[in-house]
Unconditional design. Structure first.
Lengths: 521, 572
């Protein structure tokens, strides 16, 4: 690690400890106590910083001394405040002697608070010192002689009460008693403890000397938090230090301006279609039944024209007129085929019904209008048209949705060029290499085809429907060349691209969702 | 598009034992074959052998049964349709149905036949009932145009009379009931009477079928008699009758039933229907009757439409294995439809049958080669540019339903009974939430704001999309125009903030505008302006009225504008 990144890596606590050694580089050592005084750090912080510095070899241990220190435990404090077991046993024996009562070890053990093992240890010691006798029947009798152990123990309890002392400060015999009555492994119930106090002193290691020099230089320059025009103008940024940021924190959130994810998807489709030579068509949200259905050779008794499939407009209910010659020609195509070579549907065409206003239920209505407006020949057209269906809204049904539809007109249009166009759509719009063409039924096309493609993420899916417009559709609208009518069902692809499972979410009102939905196109 | 249920075993036995038919039929094979009938397998219950099949072609009722599907596939395998003997030119007539006068304006037509020698199986009965229901419901427009009755032949004495009677002049026990009822009681009480009674509305006298011993067979199109008109498994003599308002459809429906029962082994005996007056098929009409029309189609028409040279022989072959009777001529084919079909209206329908019979996979795709110029409409180009400027100004685009609730579009905007509250409304409302078309964009923007108070602020939203503006002078009563709406919402949102955005937008769209104060009820008075170009208002801008915010339950100030892009691009 080079020196500047080493410096950058130093924690403020480490810097504090290191700089406590001053810039003298004298190599003078400082003890832990001296460091604590110089840095005024808590012992825990100090020891943490020292350990880090030792690990980085910026600091080295100069000297290390280990001193045994005796101190009192909570058990010892209790002995000090009352009596130690040995004192208690002795006192009990003496008072028994005074009253002439017989005192057994069991009596002692049943006395309040005395631990059986403490009792036996005390009795053993007192008997050895000749302060007690054990007579016939396991009775204890006082000899009247003093117990040196009990006396020394009392002295030591006084001396160590509230203060610890180096073990070396005690006489040999006291040291023995302290050791005997110290907490040991397996026996925590003792009045004293002996700990090893490690006293260390430290000096700056060679790496630390370089670090200190750098630190000294840095502290000589002023730290600023923000570069400013003033600093740039007078060049004083050169003498400043810029406070370092913790750059791995989470960035604050912002909301950007952007298009709706569904729009992004529709835009890719739009761009594809334009690149393939399609011209955009626009239509009206409100249409007559004539352009929405009659012109498409859907008979007026067709089940999909039912009140339960299409939204009717309340006011006005009917259009003022339908343009001629289309009305007359379409009506006769329905009645008996007119001049289309068809038998027609053989029913009484209702002109008033044709004028009934509905909410556009299929994008093909836009295509029908285009056919009747002198389209280019050859020509390719598309629309991304909002359509409305009388449907219960749920996760897979919308009542208000976009349809991608269009037409292709030209002398070279036939069933095989229809399949060719669908192949192109499969490749360009769905990036699918495998396609299947299935026979299909639409009232306005013959032959009709369903396009199925193998989508990279959805498997086999229906991408769209298409066909050649029936002559009963094209001829009354003044078009005498064959016309492909096509429609693509893209909502499922859109939902996969946007990672949503409910069609209603395409038009969600949840701003968080709109802001964070990421399209995979 | 009916979905029907068939049983695989039944289907296999109807397919016959032709040399090219391997049984059991695999599901993959079946799905392949279904392309011939525009069918899609929706469900296969392996344990019971039940197959649920959706049939797309609403003009091919002959395919809406196990018999019909099997027939279309069988013809393809056997090479041609075996003739139905009951359609011979000079049938022997032993039974008659007599039509009494007066039915012409109620339900004029009837067709009938008998079927014997086939003992009805459970599967066969299920198909008979399903076909009866689907044909009457979908092809027969919920029984209005066509309805069907099935009976046990042995209980009927001929001739049967089809006649009109007063609603209280006839009584019988209808299917599904225990007691004798008059026709008016049936119409008022019986579920089928309640469901279909409206078909007879306005007619004091209603149709019935009665036999020679005066027993009522049925009350078409409502219900059959329980005594005669209930067919059970095991019956082996049936009488089938179809009534309706369209003679070709009535005859076709009977033809389909006759063909279906003949395919199951029944002998069909035609019946002569005697009308009081002349019908398009004469006064005496023998049914079933082959009405299959012949089409002479130039080979060139077929080849041009399909984009492929096929030759007369291949076309003939394709049509024969699809059920047509075909004769070749130089440069054309004459194709006669089978008796159970009437769906061909144009030569193009025959062209499709050629393609389906050969299989769509037989046609290799060809790219359309003619050059065309692609492009966007002027309004879409402008909307796209406006979207880009709005995005550049930090606005998030939203997309909304155009259909909405009048309460929100009108009451919550404080524009009830004002010119701004006029909208295109739906007549047949399904849900009030989707019952009128927006005529400007602000309600769509507020809809998102209402739902998004927990999304961090500021909120800068826009939508560019279509609206419908009522206009009595327009032939459709409204104009569809493209509008751009934008709004800013946060604790200190201010008029000048949104004004700056409008200003930049117009600068880049190259348009000069002025603001004129407007007392628009959706905005705070004195803080709203019309956006005016050469004296014509093309939008509105302002601070949204606190009462509007309250109604939408929005807790922060909102400033917004709404610009009609369609009018803007028309303006020079």
């Amino acid at each position: 690690m080079d020196i500047s990144s080493l410096i950058d890596s130093l924690h403020p606590l480490e810097i504090k400890v290191l700089t406590a050694f001053g810039s003298s580089h004298s190599g003078s050592a400082l003890t832990t106590e001296q460091l604590a005084a110089a840095t005024s750090l808590e012992p825990s912080q100090l020891s943490m910083a020292v350990e880090w510095l030792l690990a980085k070899s910026l600091l080295a241990i100069d000297k290390e001394t280990v001193t045994p220190v005796a101190s009192m435990t909570t058990v010892g404090e209790r002995y000090h405040a009352k009596q130690s077991p040995i004192e208690e046993v002795l006192a009990a024996a003496r008072s028994a002697a005074g009253t002439g009562q017989r005192l057994t070890i069991q009596n002692l053990q049943s006395q309040g608070g005395l631990d059986p093992s403490d009792v036996s240890k005390a009795v053993g010691r007192l008997k050895k010192e000749g302060a007690l006798l054990i007579v016939q029947g396991g009775c204890i009798e006082s000899t009247g002689r003093p117990s040196p152990t009990a006396e020394r123990l009392r002295m030591l309890l006084e001396q160590l009460h509230g203060a610890s002392r180096e073990l070396e400060a005690f006489s040999e015999s006291d040291r023995q008693i302290i050791m005997e009555y110290s907490v040991k492994r397996g026996n925590a119930n003792e009045p004293f403890r002996v700990d090893e106090r490690v006293a260390r002193s430290f000096k700056v290691a060679s790496g630390g000397i370089t670090a200190l020099e750098h630190l000294a230089k840095e502290t000589a320059t002023e730290e600023v938090s923000q570069l400013s025009p003033e600093l740039l103008k007078d060049g004083s940024w050169r003498t400043k230090r810029f406070r370092k940021y913790t750059i791995n924190l989470r960035a604050p959130r912002i909301a950007i301006g952007k298009k709706h994810p569904y729009r992004e998807f529709l835009d890719t489709v739009k761009t594809k279609l334009v690149s393939m030579g399609f011209q955009e068509m626009r239509g009206s949200l409100v249409e007559t039944e004539f352009w929405n259905m009659d012109a498409l050779f859907m008979p007026q008794f067709h089940p999909a024209r039912d009140i339960h499939d299409v939204y009717f407009v309340k006011q006005p209910t009917h259009a003022t007129h339908i343009a001629e010659p289309f009305l007359t020609k379409v009506a006769s195509a329905h009645r008996n085929g007119g001049a289309t070579g068809s038998t027609g549907w053989q029913y009484v065409f209702d002109v008033e019904r044709a004028k009934r206003l509905v909410l556009r239920s299929q994008g093909t209505a836009v295509s029908a209008r285009t056919l009747a407006s002198r389209p280019a020949m050859p020509g390719k057209y598309f629309s991304i048209a909002r359509c409305f269906r009388y449907d219960q809204v749920d996760a897979t049904h919308a009542t208000d949705f976009f349809q991608v539809e269009g037409i292709v007109l030209g002398e070279d249009i036939n069933f095989r060029t229809l399949l060719g166009l669908l192949n192109l759509f499969a490749r360009e719009v769905a990036q699918a290499k495998e396609v299947k063409f299935l026979p299909a039924y639409f009232p306005f096309t013959e032959p009709s085809v369903e396009l199925h493609v193998r989508h990279s993420r959805l498997g086999w899916m229906e991408l769209g429907g298409a066909g050649l417009f029936r002559p009963e559709v094209t001829l009354p609208l003044g078009v005498s060349v064959p016309v492909i009518a096509w429609g693509l069902g893209l909502d499922r692809m859109a939902m996969v691209a946007l990672g949503i499972h409910d069609i209603r979410e395409l038009f969600t009102d949840n701003l968080d969702m709109i802001r964070t939905t990421r399209g995979l196109f | 598009m009916p979905t029907i249920s068939i049983f695989k075993k039944d289907f296999e036995s109807l397919l016959g034992a032709g040399p090219r038919i391997k049984r059991p039929v695999s599901i993959e094979r079946l799905e392949d074959w279904l392309m011939l009938v525009k069918g899609e397998l929706k469900e296969h219950v392996a344990e019971t052998g039940e197959l649920r099949i959706e049939l797309q072609d609403s003009n091919r009722p002959d395919l809406w049964s196990c018999e019909g599907i099997a027939r279309q596939i069988r013809i393809k395998q056997e090479g041609k349709l075996a003739p139905y003997p009951f359609l011979s030119k000079k049938p022997k007539i032993t039974r008659r149905v007599v039509v009494a006068p007066g039915l012409a304006h109620v339900r004029p037509y009837v067709a009938a036949c008998t079927a014997s020698g086939y003992r009805v199986t459970d599967e066969g009965l299920a198909q008979l009932i399903q076909t009866q229901e689907k044909l009457a419901d979908i092809y027969g427009h919920k029984r209005r145009t066509v309805s069907i009755g099935l009976y046990q032949l042995k209980n009927i004495r001929f001739p049967v009379t089809y006649q009109l009677v007063e609603r209280d002049a006839a009584r019988f026990t209808p299917l599904g009931m225990e007691t004798v009822m008059t026709l008016s009681e049936i119409l008022m009480v019986h579920p089928k009477g309640l469901e279909h009674g409206h078909i007879l509305a306005g007619h004091e006298r209603v149709p019935i079928l009665r036999d020679a011993s005066e027993q009522v067979l049925s009350f078409p199109p409502i219900i059959n008699s329980r005594e005669i008109g209930e067919v059970r498994s095991g019956d082996d003599e049936l009488f089938i009758e179809v009534t309706g308002t369209d003679l070709p459809m009535v005859v076709l429906t009977l033809n389909i039933f006759a063909a279906n029962l003949a395919d199951r082994g029944a002998t069909i005996e035609p019946i002569e229907v005697v009308y009081p007056q002349k019908t398009p098929l004469g006064k005496r009409v023998v049914t079933p009757q082959d009405l299959g029309r012949s089409w002479t189609i130039p080979l060139e028409t077929i080849e041009q439409a399909l984009g492929q040279k096929l030759g007369g022989q291949a076309v003939k072959q394709a049509l024969q294995v699809y059920g047509y009777e075909v004769t070749s001529h130089t440069g054309s084919v004459k194709a006669k439809l089978p008796p159970y079909r009437q769906d061909v209206m144009h030569a193009m329908d025959v062209v499709e049958d050629v393609a389906m019979s050969r299989g769509y996979a037989e046609f290799s795709p060809v790219m359309p080669a003619q050059f065309t110029v692609g492009g966007l409409s002027k309004i879409e180009q402008t909307a796209d540019r406006a979207r880009n400027f709005m995005v550049g100004m930090g606005f998030q685009e939203i997309i909304s339903n155009i259909l909405g609730a009048p309460e929100q579009y009108r009451d919550w905007m404080r524009v009830t009974d004002t010119p701004w509250g006029k909208m295109v409304e739906v007549d047949n409302v399904m849900s009030l939430s989707f019952s009128c078309l927006r005529q400007w964009m602000l309600p769509s923007l507020l809809r998102v704001e209402t739902a998004s108070s927990r999304a961090f602020y500021p909120h800068r939203l826009f939508e560019a999309g279509e609206v419908a503006i009522p206009d009595p002078s327009h032939e459709l009563g409204s104009r569809t125009e493209t509008v751009l709406g934008a709004m800013i919402a946060h604790a200190t949102a201010h008029f000048s903030e949104i004004h700056s955005c409008l200003d930049v937008l117009f600068y880049h769209l190259g348009k000069t505008y002025t603001l004129e104060p407007v007392p628009h009820p959706s905005f705070l008075e004195g803080r709203a302006g019309k956006i005016v170009l050469s004296g014509k208002a093309m939008g509105v801008i302002g601070e949204v009225h606190p009462e509007v915010l309250e109604r939408w339950q929005i807790g922060v100030p909102v400033v917004a504008f709404d610009v009609n892009l369609s009018q803007l691009i028309d303006h020079q």
